[in-house]
Design a protein around this ligand. Structure first.
Ligand SMILES: NC(=O)c1ccc[n+]([C@@H]2O[C@H](COP(=O)([O-])OP(=O)(O)OC[C@H]3O[C@@H](n4cnc5c(N)ncnc54)[C@H](OP(=O)(O)O)[C@@H]3O)[C@@H](O)[C@H]2O)c1
Length: 287
């Protein structure tokens, strides 16, 4: 039975990046659809679930992607709502690389720090990648300081994560004033900068005062970079005792997780690969 991946992309043109990864993951046939909305998803899902016998549905799967992560979340939910009983296929959501990037960043941090019980900072924590990274750090038992230019947005994002992880310890932090960064980093073992492209969030001075910092990960690949002094190709580069990663340094791990998650879709028909599930797949690659 040939494997078929149905790529549902919320952008008008389905992502070339996601298509290349799918082919490299060994998918036999890739059907890519663009401009997918929750309203148009049902017939696409029915096409997937009504063609093959129930036992063969493990060889059909759905990938939800696109640049708009919120739109992707809505399509991901609509796909699952279109399933019923055994009429389902496995589905993965990775709009804008958000889940695989967050998983890669946290897994890389975990190589250097035992996160449980430590303080981890996520700057740009209200964006799709930052929010997911914060959730994974909280899952690991870290106390997470979640930074935003807006205290309200930071608090709202913390509340969203806390609703999913009631035991988590999340502290919203306003980083509107660059002078707030040293205090935000004080006592932290880990910082993940997940701000928008081309925005510097941490200066060399702010970082050099963070005496407890063990890992600094910057996901922004567009200069100026998010953490001054961390190069985009850094991969566990020791800079004054801090293991540093840039966006490209994390990229290899992200690609491995993306590929492994696509393969995992075909292990059965009930897989729902969301942020945590994708993280767990990444974790399994570490051992
Ligand atoms: N390496 C990879 O494979 C990979 C994959 C995907 C994404 N990325 C990178 O990961 C980073 C995060 O992605 P994302 O999609 O979550 O980013 P995003 O939504 O564009 O931005 C994240 C947050 O940055 C803050 N921000 C925006 N403009 C700002 C400014 N001028 N000054 C300070 N803060 C600002 C915003 O938070 P507030 O408004 O709340 O302050 C926003 O929520 C990006 O740099 C992206 O390029 C890397």
């Amino acid at each position: 039975m040939k494997s078929i991946l149905i790529q549902l992309d919320t952008d008008p043109q389905p992502s070339v990046f996601d298509r290349v990864v799918a082919i490299d993951a060994g998918i036999d046939h890739l059907f890519a659809y663009g401009g997918v909305t929750p309203e148009t998803v049902e017939s696409l899902v029915h096409g997937a679930i009504f063609t093959r016998g129930v036992t063969d549905l493990s060889q059909t799967a759905i990938f939800v992607g696109g640049s708009d992560v919120m739109a992707g979340e809505r399509v991901f939910a609509a796909v699952q709502q279109a399933f019923f009983g055994p009429m389902r296929v496995s589905v993965m959501m990775d709009s804008n690389g958000s889940n695989t990037t967050a998983a890669a960043a946290v897994l890389r941090a975990r190589r250097h720090v035992s996160l449980s019980g430590t303080v981890a900072v996520v700057l740009g924590g209200t964006g799709p990648v930052g929010q997911r990274a914060a959730e994974l750090l909280a899952l690991e038992g870290a106390e997470v300081r979640l930074g935003s230019r807006s205290q309200e947005r930071a608090a709202a994002t913390c509340a969203t994560i806390s609703a999913r992880l009631p035991e988590s310890r999340l502290v919203p932090v306003s980083t509107a004033d660059p002078d707030s960064i040293p205090a935000t980093l004080a006592g932290a073992s880990t910082v993940i900068a997940a701000g928008a492209t081309g925005v510097q969030l941490v200066s060399v001075e702010a970082r050099s005062g963070a005496a407890d910092l063990q890992v600094a990960i910057d996901l922004n690949a567009v200069p100026p970079l998010g953490i001054e002094g961390v190069e985009m190709t850094d991969k566990a580069v020791d800079r004054n005792g801090v293991a540093c990663y840039g966006a490209i340094g994390v990229g290899g791990t992200k690609m491995k997780i993306h590929t492994a998650a696509l393969k995992r879709l075909f292990d059965g028909s009930e897989g729902v690969l969301d942020n945590e599930a994708i993280y767990r797949i990444g974790e399994s690659l570490e051992s």
